[in-house]
Design a binder for this molecule. Structure first.
Ligand SMILES: Nc1ncnc2c1ncn2[C@@H]1O[C@H](COP(=O)(O)OP(=O)(O)OP(=O)(O)O)[C@@H](O)[C@H]1O
Ligand SMILES: N[C@@H](CCO)C(=O)O
Length: 323
């Protein structure tokens, strides 16, 4: 179970008076998740989620929590962090940063149909637009700089074909990031990890995006590519399902039209999105932070997706019709 730091009801009630939620009546550890310790808590004001951050620090967290607050205030369906009496969203618990956020209704849709992809595409575009006037800048901490620093540390664990693929791709992505095409892409706060397990649905109704702790300022198209690479594929082969891709892209485009620069960058960005998760999964697999507690994700899944995105035919991004 992914609770690295345990919290009893007594611990919680000693800490809770600073929040306007009354007494906590129950606390339950959440088994899924590999980054943080998460709990459902029942308070006099209803159910909330308590997260203890195992890897992020007090300097990094205001970006994520204030972004969620900003988006929630603009009507984007995301968990709303609760401030304490001093107006702080992030407060130490057992010496680690912790936050309370609202609990989303519903559950993850692990077998999405086109309709679910449309809902995700629409909310993603709305989220990008709503984040435009967010004032805090923090880079995506899992982008090019992290890739460049991390690749050398994992090459020794790969066979020669994968070592070659990883070296070729980091070179390709370094060159791509230096192009005028890449530089001209619209950037802003992105979720950067919008997988099926980070979105809640109640039937076909999307009830929220969550787990913003890989968010950062990056190209909006990177967010679209990460999302397509998880929501619109056959999970066993990594192949794109063109109906789901086209439905998600059309829904996004109807809210925030894609630019011609984004069309030109689509394939490199799908590759970047696959590479990011191949690398982080290889890293977590071979260099786990705590080997006993983490159940690493399968790295070969994204190696397969990266190989496909380099060569396969791709559905084009929708374009504005010229008049
Ligand atoms: N605001 C929320 N509302 C409802 N459920 C939530 C909320 N936040 C987290 N959960 C539940 O807790 C589980 C774990 O949360 P989360 O995915 O954020 O953990 P994590 O450790 O960051 O995991 P990972 O990085 O592996 O996705 C989710 O799958 C979801 O069931
Ligand atoms: N979504 C990531 C896990 C970290 O959030 C993955 O599937 O590798």
């Amino acid at each position: 179970m992914a609770v690295f730091t345990s919290v009893t009801l007594e611990d919680l009630n000693a800490w809770m008076p600073q929040f306007p939620l009354g007494k906590a009546q129950n606390i339950r550890g959440i088994a899924s998740g590999i980054e943080n310790s998460n709990f459902f808590i029942e308070t006099e004001q209803g159910e909330y989620v308590l997260t203890i951050f195992e890897n992020l620090n007090f300097q990094q967290l205001p970006f994520y929590l204030k972004l969620m607050r900003h988006l929630a205030d603009k009507g984007i369906l995301v968990p709303a962090p609760v401030a304490n009496a001093e107006g702080e969203l992030c407060v130490a618990l057992h010496g680690k940063p912790a936050a309370i956020v609202s609990k989303l209704e519903g559950s993850s849709q692990m077998h999405p149909q086109a309709q679910h992809c449309a809902e995700v595409g629409t909310m993603l575009a709305r989220m990008h637009l709503a984040g435009q006037d967010f004032s805090i800048q923090q880079p995506n901490l899992r982008s090019l700089e992290w890739w460049q620093a991390t690749v050398p540390s994992v090459l020794e664990f790969l066979d020669s074909a994968n070592r070659q693929l990883m070296q070729d791709e980091i070179t390709f992505q370094t060159d791509f990031a230096a192009t005028a095409n890449y530089q001209s892409l619209t950037k802003g706060p992105v979720h950067a990890d919008l997988f099926r397990n980070n979105v809640m649905f109640d039937g076909e109704r999307l009830t929220g995006f969550f787990d913003f702790y890989f968010a950062g300022c990056d190209a909006w198209l990177f967010d679209v590519a990460v999302t397509v690479n998880d929501w619109c594929i056959d999970l066993t082969t990594g192949e794109l399902d063109w109906v789901r891709v086209n439905t998600m892209l059309a829904a996004y485009h109807a809210v925030r039209p894609f630019t011609s620069a984004e069309s030109a960058a689509w394939r490199p960005m799908l590759r970047a999105a696959a590479f990011r998760f191949w690398l982080s999964r290889v890293f977590d697999y071979y260099k786990p932070r705590d080997a006993e507690m983490l159940t690493p994700h399968d790295p070969t899944h994204f190696e397969r997706i990266l190989r496909l995105r380099i060569h396969q035919d791709l559905p084009a991004l929708p374009q504005l019709t010229e008049v």
